[in-house]
Unconditional design. Structure first.
Length: 210
């Protein structure tokens, strides 16, 4: 993990040299990270579209084998295999971002700021947002991104993703440096824009025909 933290710290130093602002340095670092992850993120969106396109067939299987759970599981796995769908792909980007998030947390907690890291209303990016604006934005943008990236036919058990995850992110943002919250908000906004520019519906139709 240290090598990743070293990369993050070098990125912070580089972007601060360009902008003279630690806040803008974090924003630019976040955008750079998301651009690096963009191919994976687009592939994830396409996987989600493929999985969503299979929902009618999955529903038919549930009705057909409602009294035979073992057969239902086998048929479901076979359907996913046949169409090269991975229902767990939605978690992949989050899992990959987690070590990046941890590395950035380490950097922001111990970064050798050359001056007080103030930004907009924030007195110090190395401390939590005293006005709780960023934690609220982190929670709202997490909810927004999850909402628009989750199929309307998603299982009701995923309600935690809609409510629990934003609350968790908001709470974490209240405890840790504001710089980390700024990263989270920027990353979410990038993801939201990307989601609107890479709509699921055309992909779903395309995959459904294949």
């Amino acid at each position: 993990m240290k090598w990743l933290a070293d990369i993050m710290q070098s990125g912070m130093t580089y972007f601060f040299g360009l902008t003279g602002s630690y806040g803008l340095a974090i924003i630019l670092l976040t955008v750079a990270v998301r651009i690096v992850l963009l191919p994976l993120s687009v592939a994830q969106t396409r996987q989600m579209a493929r999985t969503q396109a299979l929902n009618p067939e999955l529903e038919a299987l549930r009705k057909k084998y409602k009294n035979d759970p073992e057969r239902l599981n086998r048929e479901t796995v076979e359907l996913w295999r046949k169409h090269k769908a991975n229902p767990m792909s939605g978690c992949l980007l989050l899992l990959i971002q987690f070590p990046i998030w941890i590395a950035l947390l380490q950097v922001l907690q111990h970064y050798p700021y050359a001056q007080q890291a103030s930004f907009l209303w924030l007195k110090d990016l190395a401390k939590p947002d005293h006005l709780f604006i960023l934690p609220v934005l982190a929670a709202v943008t997490t909810y927004w991104q999850t909402k628009i990236s989750t199929p309307a036919t998603a299982d009701k058990s995923q309600n935690f993703m809609f409510i629990g995850m934003p609350i968790l992110i908001g709470w974490i943002s209240m405890q840790f440096p504001a710089g980390l919250s700024l990263y989270w908000v920027t990353s979410n906004i990038f993801g939201i824009i990307q989601q609107y520019l890479t709509p699921v519906t055309p992909l779903k139709k395309e995959e459904a025909k294949s």
